[in-house]
Design a protein around this ligand. Structure first.
Ligand code: TEU
Length: 549
């Protein structure tokens, strides 16, 4: 097989800086707080830390609205704090990957301030400006991911500008080579500073389907993603930023809606576009009409979806593996049982995910089984996506506030953004001040200190999974085969290499699994399990086992 790049054995840990560790008591996490926890991350065994954005930002979308790509927002610290963090991470053999948000900037970025100032400003074409239609309406019917239209009329010049997210996040025009070169130069400066790569925010949206903006039908539905130029842009980015450098880097493209076939093109190493992508198929299966219309998880749909991605990228390309991040509700609450079987279901999903073929991503708090939060009113929430949805649903669509709040409880992004729970002291040891968002009240029982001291430590389980990926070739590179695809609660699969065959069996249910296992495991070696060994073939509720056959 191909000479496996380093990241085929690596595990990435995502830090959401504003909620990880606050070193100066202002209630917002910061770089020096992250630095103070590097030994925690080194103990866990992760190879890479991905930082969500820490650049200057008005924070409408918690830093995904960037005002200046070349600095650090004072709330997180300074460039010298950043350099110190990178140096100390590297000393521990941990790489640092930055979040690259270049589909859009903040509306306070100098580029946009110039662009909006006049019709003939040299930077006018750095963004998407269009005249109103004859009736004064927006150029087309696209809507924003944060509710409302994707076009806002700018009084200064009487034209609309495009924003696929908040109106404070105007989309850059990647058709303009000046824009592309400015982004590449900025990326090179961060690599020169010692950064080891980028997680690329909604990178498949940078290529717009221009025919849907200017064409006769002027597009009404979505369809703004995946413009045909996308592969050319990513090839050019690789050539301008990474080619010729002797470092070893990681690039992961976040691609809402990406298909398996497209992902195979994006991650084909001979194409030099990105190393891997974040796809969204498996985290969209429990959504009805839209994200805030939650429906029960169908395990068969989930395991067959993940299996299709294993199959689709088995020969060419590479999968990322995630079930948590700063945009998703917490896995143990969403797909597990965070009440009676929190340890068991958290570790079941960890084993199932980490035993797939791909690079696993751990989101802060996942490694200690942190759960969703249920604030009793919308006032306690912070996320623009949830707040805009709540306002639109209640004010415009007359939905009952309690039912909208219930949907925010289930699917809101703030579930992942409550402060990291370090210990049972005030504010969970996250800050000595007042946190920007409430700490989950269950921090007294659920925190890193208590977890690591307990006999059923989620952290310890993740340590063993990470060690396994570092040491076992079959885990990293072996083939994947799903077993019993239509069984409603048994999750079982093989991982095979020339030297060995591994079997994962997991009982995704509150009830014991009394059925037949896919094969007799009597003589198999149990490598890892989340229950005390009892030799019993039956699987207990949320029991997961890894066997070497
Ligand atoms: O997320 C893009 C994206 O796909 C999300 O908007 C996702 O569709 C939604 O959150 C699911 O409910 C990226 C960042 O991860 C997110 O935090 C930003 O808000 C967004 O882009 C805009 O930068």
């Amino acid at each position: 097989n191909f000479t496996a790049p380093w990241w085929t054995r690596a595990v990435v840990y995502q830090v959401y800086p504003r909620s990880f560790a606050d070193s100066d008591g202002d209630g917002v996490g910061d770089l020096n707080g992250i630095r103070s926890q590097l030994d925690y991350l080194a103990d866990l065994g992760v190879d890479v830390v991905w930082l969500s954005p820490v650049y200057p930002s008005p924070q409408h979308d918690n830093g995904y609205d960037i005002r200046d790509y070349e600095d650090i927002d004072p709330v997180f610290g300074s460039l010298s704090d950043f350099d110190e963090l990178v140096a100390q991470a590297h000393q521990r053999g941990i790489r640092v990957v930055m979040d690259l948000v270049v589909n859009h900037t903040s509306d306070e970025h100098d580029w946009f301030r110039e662009s909006r100032s006049s019709i003939d400003n040299p930077k006018r074409d750095w963004y998407w400006w269009r005249k109103p239609r004859e009736d004064g309406s927006a150029p087309n019917g696209w809507t924003s991911a944060f509710s409302g239209p994707a076009w806002t009329l700018d009084e200064t010049t009487g034209e609309y500008y495009l924003h696929l997210f908040a109106k404070q996040q105007p989309d850059l025009n990647w058709e303009n080579a000046e824009v592309r070169q400015a982004v590449y130069a900025m990326m090179r400066r961060w690599l020169d500073r010692g950064v080891d790569g980028f997680r690329m925010d909604v990178i498949n949206l940078i290529a717009k389907r221009t025919e849907l903006i200017d064409g006769p039908q002027r597009g009404s539905g979505d369809g703004f993603e995946m413009g045909p130029q996308i592969h050319a842009f990513l090839k050019e980015m690789h050539q301008e930023v990474f080619a010729g450098r002797d470092g070893t880097y990681l690039t992961v493209g976040e691609m809402p809606g990406v298909s398996i076939d497209d992902a195979a093109l994006f991650t084909d190493p001979t194409q030099h576009e990105v190393d891997m992508v974040f796809q969204f198929e498996h985290v969209s299966l429990d959504q009805g009409e839209h994200k805030f219309d939650p429906i029960p998880l169908d395990l068969v749909a989930l395991k067959t979806s993940l299996a299709r991605w294993q199959e689709g990228l088995a020969e060419t390309g590479w999968n990322s593996l995630y079930l948590n991040n700063h945009d998703q509700p917490r896995l143990v609450s969403r797909f597990g049982n965070d009440r009676e079987y929190r340890y068991e279901s958290a570790t079941l999903w960890a084993l199932v995910l980490h035993l797939h073929r791909g690079t696993p991503y751990i989101y802060q708090g996942e490694e200690i089984g942190m759960t969703n939060v249920r604030f009793e009113s919308i006032e306690h929430y912070r996320d623009i996506e949830s707040l805009n949805h709540y306002r639109e649903a209640v004010d415009e669509f007359d939905q009952a506030p309690s039912s909208v709040l219930e949907a925010v409880h289930a699917m809101g992004r703030d579930n992942a953004r409550t402060p990291m729970q370090w210990d049972s002291s005030e504010q969970a040891g996250f800050t000595t001040g007042t946190p920007w968002i409430g700490v989950n009240p269950n921090y007294v029982e659920i925190n890193a200190e208590a977890d690591r001291a307990s006999g059923t430590s989620v952290f310890a389980f993740y340590q063993r999974l990470i060690k396994l990926r570092h040491e076992n070739e079959t885990v990293a590179l072996g083939g994947f085969e799903l077993l019993e695809p239509s069984h409603p609660t048994l999750y079982a699969f093989f991982r095979t290499s020339p030297s060995e065959r591994l079997l994962v069996v997991a009982n995704v249910s509150d009830e014991p699994f009394l059925g037949e296992l896919p094969l007799d495991v009597g003589s198999a070696e149990l490598l890892l399990g989340n229950y005390p060994v009892n030799g019993d073939a039956a699987l207990r509720p949320w029991e997961a086992r890894l066997y070497r056959l």
